[in-house]
Design a protein around this ligand. Structure first.
Ligand code: PSV
Ligand code: MN
Length: 388
């Protein structure tokens, strides 16, 4: 039997981090469709994030992307966030939008370019000091397009050296989260293509280096929950970049393409202690909203994570364990499916009411008038977007 009050408590204490870039304009390499009312700077992105938190009650953390969120004074940005009940979360580094990085950043054959990339990453740690951020998220677009283009092993050596320089700069309470991605923009080899490569580097670096699982960064059919379970067992799961994919790295709303997969992931998280704050798993979104309204899409995404979490928490672990020990394949599967097939929306509505929130976050946002306000107030100036 599951203890409903424990389930509710876990749902109330879950924290979901929203990405600053999801509030800005985005698109494909073919077209960016601009939307009205989009923030023009990191401060306005925080204003929008505060609306997501107001509607959901579980999204008080905002990840930044540097240099997309460049400001003169990060401590002031942190203070601005605090006034709105928010904190600044992971600092996402960006060593992929500079001409120098055409053939790679930290794995580039040119030592001067490697030095430039590392010094930029060290600056990101300075920013973390100012914002109070715990996590430096590292994603490298580094790789090659053609067989023979560069030496695969030499690139791993350069990567290891750069990572260790950055690792040594981390403070006691700071972490380095190493993200992997199967391909894109490199088409032949990617220097951190999978969780195994990330894990191996993190293991050598030490406890402050952990793997981040971006749900969109796998080959079709990959069993992501296995990766999650393995990393949790090894205490190496730093967090998630949640999104959904149909084909490649589509960056759609988490839980929209395959809610069952999200449930399976959250089942491993819940069962293996990943929801406890001390485990340190960061539940971040990494999405972009190209054709749908951004703030409601982020609210919907937060709700999708909550629904998968609620279902995972409803799994009767005693019954599951008993069926597994008895070798009762059908019963074990049925226990899991019972939880998945539960409609958790009434439970989440109750949780929200108990938190003093509107039971329906989408309706709460619609009723807030925020969309009309930003459309009329945010006129002129340069809308934020990739590279801005
Ligand atoms: C790369 O595809 C990635 O997932 C990394 O996390 C980047 O920082 C992010 O996307 C940018 O949206
Ligand atoms: Mn990501």
């Amino acid at each position: 039997m599951t203890d409903l009050s424990a389930v509710k408590a876990a749902l109330k204490s879950q924290r979901i981090e929203t990405p600053s870039w999801a509030y800005g304009n985005s698109g494909t390499r073919f077209k960016v469709f601009r939307q009205e009312g989009v923030p023009r700077n990191p401060y306005e992105k925080l204003d929008d994030a505060a609306q997501v938190h107001a509607a959901t009650g579980v999204a008080p953390i905002v990840s930044l992307h540097i240099p997309w969120d460049l400001v003169d004074d990060y401590a002031a940005l942190g203070a601005y966030a605090k006034e709105r009940g928010l904190t600044l979360g992971a600092i996402n580094s960006n060593v992929f939008q500079d001409d120098d990085y055409k053939l790679g950043s930290v794995t580039n054959a040119d030592p001067a370019i490697r030095r430039k990339a590392v010094s930029y990453l060290l600056e990101c740690v300075d920013i973390m000091d100012a914002t109070g951020s715990r996590d430096l998220k590292l994603w490298f677009s580094d790789g090659t397009n053609y067989p023979g283009q560069d030496d695969i092993v030499a690139r791993q050596d350069r990567l290891a050296e750069a990572l260790s320089q950055v690792y040594d700069r981390l403070g006691d309470d700071q972490r380095m989260l190493l993200e992997y991605k199967l391909f894109e923009p490199a088409f032949y080899t990617t220097d951190v293509p999978d969780w195994g490569t990330s894990y191996a580097h993190c293991l050598k670096l030490g406890d402050k280096a952990q793997v981040v699982v971006d749900t969109g960064h796998h080959a079709p059919g990959t069993n992501i929950e296995f990766i999650v379970a393995f990393l949790l067992r090894e205490k190496k799961l730093g967090g998630f970049d949640f999104n959904s994919r149909f084909y490649a790295d589509d960056d759609l709303m988490v839980g929209s393409a395959d809610p069952f997969q999200l449930f399976r992931i959250m089942h491993e998280v819940a069962k293996n202690g990943g929801l406890k704050q001390e485990t340190g798993v960061a539940f971040m979104l990494d999405q972009c909203h190209n054709i749908e309204a951004k703030i409601p899409a982020i609210i919907r995404s937060v709700m999708n994570v909550q629904e998968a979490t609620a279902k995972a928490l409803l799994v009767d672990l005693d019954a599951l364990g008993a069926a597994q020990r008895a070798g009762d394949v059908l019963e074990a599967n049925a226990v899991l499916m019972d939880a998945y097939n539960t409609d958790v929306r009434p439970l989440l509505a109750e949780v929200r009411t108990e938190l003093g929130l509107d039971p329906d976050p989408m309706a709460a946002y619609r009723g807030s008038g925020w969309a009309t306000r930003i459309t009329s107030e945010r006129v002129g100036g340069e809308q934020a977007g990739w590279g801005a």
